[in-house]
Design a protein around this ligand. Structure first.
Ligand SMILES: C[S@@+](CC[C@H](N)C(=O)[O-])C[C@H]1O[C@@H](n2cnc3c(N)ncnc32)[C@H](O)[C@@H]1O
Length: 267
């Protein structure tokens, strides 16, 4: 854990990879990778590109990118690099805090980040500190996972589980629950051009990655939530039991994938 000041595993910037644990990171990857790979496949990724993956987690996107740039490289940053692969020649894990550490201007031909900016209280200013690292004319891809659609589920347990996750994000971590919805607008306001986005809803139901992700997320945030008066131990227990056995299908999270280009004249 990079900063012990918050509730278990939650740093000033959210939660670090060690606290999330490999199971939660893998369920997130299982839920989101297809969407992320479809987005990235549609961009011009040529074999010699130098890419940056911010907050790479367990590294599925960084590994995929490394295969796509055999003559280039991928720098995969993390507060905690424990779960990143260290056996891929052109994939370089780097302990690096996006809020405080730097790269030289115009270091990268592509920057991607998923489910990282959404926990920052001021994602717009983090975006502005990151953009100089990108070469003019290159793509920035920002992906997030929005729990808000699940709050409107007709399944009361799913609705409550998603509400707890969003309340925790807002009241304990200090994130902005509207951020995910605004991602394409954020890219536009940062001066990027050719802004586009796609969205994918993720179903819950037996064995689904989304259901696993909600269950593991609740388990991980429960101690901090209880201390902050969000929910009760009994409620968390009942939600866990429901998420263990639920077979009803509905959608929970929507992943947002937005991409835009840095104008050729912009530094
Ligand atoms: C929800 S996980 C997503 C992991 C990965 N991007 C994915 O989608 O599979 C968020 C990751 O961001 C990392 N992270 C949080 N704050 C960060 C910071 N300030 N700098 C770098 N990484 C950070 C955490 O350690 C965690 O692994």
């Amino acid at each position: 854990m990079a900063d012990g000041s918050g509730p278990e595993g939650w740093t000033r910037s959210g939660v670090d990879a060690a606290a999330l644990g490999p199971r939660r990171l893998r369920s997130l990857e299982r839920m989101c990778d297809d969407h992320s790979f479809a987005t990235l496949s549609a961009l011009e990724i040529t074999p010699e590109l130098r890419c940056l993956e911010i907050g790479a987690g367990a590294g599925s996107v960084a590994s995929w990118l490394a295969q796509r740039v055999p003559q280039g490289e991928v720098v995969a940053t993390e507060l905690d690099t424990a779960f990143l692969p260290d056996d891929i020649a052109n994939l370089h894990p780097l302990r690096h805090d996006v809020l405080t550490d730097d790269f030289s201007p115009a270091s990268f031909d592509l920057i991607h980040s998923r489910a990282v900016f959404q926990v920052f209280p001021d994602a717009a200013s983090v975006l502005l500190r990151v953009l100089p690292w990108l070469k003019p004319g290159s793509w920035f891809v920002l992906e997030e996972i929005d729990g808000a659609p699940g709050v409107h589920s007709p399944l009361p347990q799913l609705s409550r589980a998603n509400a707890l996750i969003l309340d925790f994000l807002e009241r304990v971590v200090g994130g902005d629950r509207q951020h995910c919805r605004r991602v394409p607008m954020l890219l536009d306001q940062a001066g990027l051009v050719e802004v586009s986005a796609s969205y994918r809803a993720h179903a819950v139901g037996a064995g689904s990655p989304a259901q696993d992700l909600i269950r593991l997320s609740l388990a991980q945030l429960e101690p901090g939530a209880l201390r902050s008066g969000l929910g009760t131990e009994q409620e968390f227990g009942e939600l866990d039991a429901w998420l263990d056995g639920n077979e009803a299908v509905d959608y929970s999270f929507v992943s947002i994938s937005a991409w835009a280009r840095k104008p050729r004249g912009q530094q």
